[in-house]
Design a protein around this ligand. Structure first.
Ligand code: G6P
Ligand code: MG
Length: 211
């Protein structure tokens, strides 16, 4: 009964979530801030400067805007290096089948990632043409958990938010989908994604008719 499915990218379609983790961990530790997987959950779906601010909140030092921009650039340079060799082999299990199933059912397909590297990643994976609309993160003012990015995708697809299914691996992302008034399908653990309407471990378990 949905008219569109709007996917997150990092951690849903491909495992760039791990590359973001590695690059943030290196940066945090260079600033003397402890960083682990539990803390990283708070950064998923949060934009670059927002993530940096969350990390630097754990440091006693105060940073100028210039210093922060330099740190964000350093993290991004490392991330860009990590994604440079990606290919279709980096698609997560079930991702292509899920995209194909949504297409076959005649629904619109959107991508809502706050990553400014999303277009690069889609091109490396070779799946850009599978989406009817890809949000340009540079034009989004409010990061997840704000609903802006999912609402922007729904509007561009010409579908009412209540007719959209959003797919997310991040706590902030699920919150964004819910406050946009959409059905939230979580990818990961129900213990983490408590706000999701339904949680499955990966897109391998994606069954459009179940939601
Ligand atoms: C996604 C990821 C975050 C990442 C953010 C910004 O939301 O889940 O981990 O920080 O995009 O990505 P960018 O590539 O613009 O730094
Ligand atoms: Mg994600």
């Amino acid at each position: 009964h949905f008219k569109a499915v709007i996917f997150d990218l990092d951690g849903v379609i491909t495992d760039t979530a791990h590359y973001h983790y590695l690059a943030w961990k290196a940066l945090a530790e260079s600033e003397g801030v402890h960083f682990d997987h539990a803390f990283n959950e708070n950064l998923k779906g949060v934009d670059r400067m927002g993530s940096l601010n969350l990390i630097l909140a754990g440091s006693p030092k105060t940073y100028t805007m210039e210093e922060k921009l330099a740190l964000a650039e350093r993290k991004n340079n490392q991330y860009v290096e990590l994604i440079a060799t990606m290919s279709a082999a980096d698609l997560l299990p079930g991702a292509i089948d899920a995209l194909a199933a949504v297409r076959a059912a005649g629904l619109k397909i959107g991508l809502a990632s706050v990553s400014k590297n999303a277009f690069t990643v889609l091109d490396r994976l070779g799946i850009r043409d599978r989406f009817d609309y890809v949000v340009d993160a540079a034009r989004i003012a409010n990061s997840k958990p704000h609903p802006e990015i999912f609402l922007n995708a729904a509007a561009a697809l010409g579908v009412a938010p209540g007719d959209c299914l959003g797919v997310e691996d991040a706590v902030a992302g699920v919150a964004s989908i819910k406050s946009a008034g959409m059905y939230a399908l979580g990818i990961g653990s129900p213990a983490v994604l408590t706000q999701a309407d339904r949680v499955i471990p990966s897109l391998s378990e994606f069954r459009l008719n179940d939601y």
